[in-house]
Write a protein that binds this ligand. Structure first.
Ligand code: GAL
Length: 425
């Protein structure tokens, strides 16, 4: 995506596609379903709290429908996605499931697993309220297949101001050189400079995704996904070298930690920095911590001015048992009330261009401003640039490298190249 391309601009071309796309979803039937099951990986903490905000809106509008969240815990859906796939394969879909905008969604569409929602966009006026390039990320062959509920930022640096002060760090590192200098300061203080979560591999892969972007810049990074930058070339090799160096400042025993555990090391003063998506802020707030006092943030070093984005969206699976309830849910997902109830607690900004920013905290207000002006680049580990096959292979390759003591740089580059190929198959 180009700088400034996801903006509130007249979505003429998208609308034209939407009008010509032959849409199949009838969205005007009343919801008489007594049950409604969604499938997510938002099982606890800030993730569950955010979802509950939107569920409250749904329940108020659909008092006779029992809401069931069939969640499977595990960050980034690493456990949930396999369970979902087996349900889809057995023709036992939930009524709606969570999928990332971009290539992840594309995979479900090409598998024939999702209904076309274009008519809902027309009846709800969403083709004018969602940024046109975000609509493109959920459009396949002219038809729109999901309802985005948010925009998350992947490339955020988090730290505890009291720990940083003790280490002699007075400002956020903006470059990789400054970052490595600060990691040394934490080390001298006697704590790991970087909090790492190895459980499920994805959080280490998330760190690599940022490091490749920080090391090679947005153009070369995007080239990895359009074939113009080689996965086995010098740019990736330099990125992996930086990654290896950063990992050497990590905490011990990371293999047993999921992302909330690693985040807690930082807020407890037991580790220096955490590079994680902005759901971390929601997690800490759900634990009673205070933004600006217990933790603070900056754009991750080397990527200031670049917004590595991802978007959670909800779908209508083919064969959903409670289809009318699902459509009622999707209407809440796309609504201003639903999004402004969900996002302030989820740690994300609204996907809509008309959200009420007074409901959002200082971090989210700054993210909303950056989203409008930064260079936009998709996240690999959260489905924007890669489908499920690519992500699974990417995470496995990074997991192998990390658990092997992060030594085999050439092997990792080869595994990443293979992951990119797996995504094309
Ligand atoms: C992402 C998802 C976020 C958050 C995160 C950590 O893939 O988009 O909403 O759930 O995983 O679990």
């Amino acid at each position: 995506m180009r700088k400034g391309s996801i903006r509130l601009i007249a979505a003429a071309s998208v609308m034209a596609l939407a009008i010509t796309g032959c849409s199949s979803s009838s969205d005007d039937a009343a919801n008489t379903d007594t049950e409604f099951e969604i499938f997510t990986w938002w099982a606890s903490g800030g993730e569950a709290a955010g979802l509950q905000g939107m569920v409250d809106v749904f329940n108020a509008e659909n008092p006779d429908t029992e809401f069931i969240n069939a969640s499977v815990a595990g960050g980034a859906g690493v456990n949930a996605k396999a369970v979902l796939q087996s349900r889809l394969d057995a023709n036992e879909p939930p009524d709606s499931f969570q999928a990332h905008a971009g290539m992840e969604l594309d995979g479900y569409v090409r598998g024939g697993q999702l209904e076309d929602l274009t008519s809902l966009y027309e009846s709800e006026g969403w083709d004018e309220i969602f940024p046109s390039d975000l609509i493109k990320a959920i459009t396949v062959d002219g038809k729109i297949y999901s309802v985005p509920v948010n925009i998350h930022r992947a490339n955020v640096l988090w730290w505890n101001p009291a720990t940083a002060t003790k280490a002699g760090i007075t400002k956020a590192p903006e470059t990789l050189d400054e970052f490595f200098a600060d990691l040394e300061k934490f080390k001298k203080m006697g704590i790991p400079g970087l909090a790492l979560a190895g459980k499920g591999d994805w959080a280490i892969a998330h760190l690599l995704d940022w490091m490749l972007l920080a090391s090679m810049g947005a153009d070369k990074f995007e080239g990895l996904y359009n074939g113009s930058t080689s996965w086995t070339g010098p740019e990736v090799a330099a990125g992996i070298k930086n990654f290896q160096r950063a990992l050497s400042y990590g905490n011990k025993g990371a293999g047993n930690l999921d992302w909330p555990d690693a985040g807690k090391l930082v807020t407890d003063g037991k580790a220096g920095f955490f590079i994680m998506g902005d759901w971390a802020s929601a997690q800490w707030q759900s634990d009673g911590l205070v933004l600006g006092t217990d933790y603070t943030y900056a754009a991750a070093p080397g990527t200031v001015g670049t917004y590595q984005w991802l978007s959670d969206s909800f779908t209508l699976p083919v064969g959903a048992p409670n289809r009318n309830a699902a459509i009622a849910w999707l209407k809440v997902c796309g609504s201003k009330a639903g999004q402004d109830a969900f996002n302030p607690k989820k740690g994300s900004i609204s996907a809509r261009t008309d959200s009420d920013l007074s409901l959002y905290d200082a971090y989210l207000q700054s993210a909303a401003a950056d989203w409008k002006q930064d260079r936009l680049v998709g996240s690999t580990v959260h489905g924007a640039t890669g489908n499920n096959a690519l992500m699974a292979a990417y995470n496995a390759g990074v997991g192998k490298y990390f658990s092997g003591g992060f030594k085999d740089n050439a092997g990792l580059a080869k595994d990443l190249a293979a992951a990119y190929e797996a995504g094309k198959a």
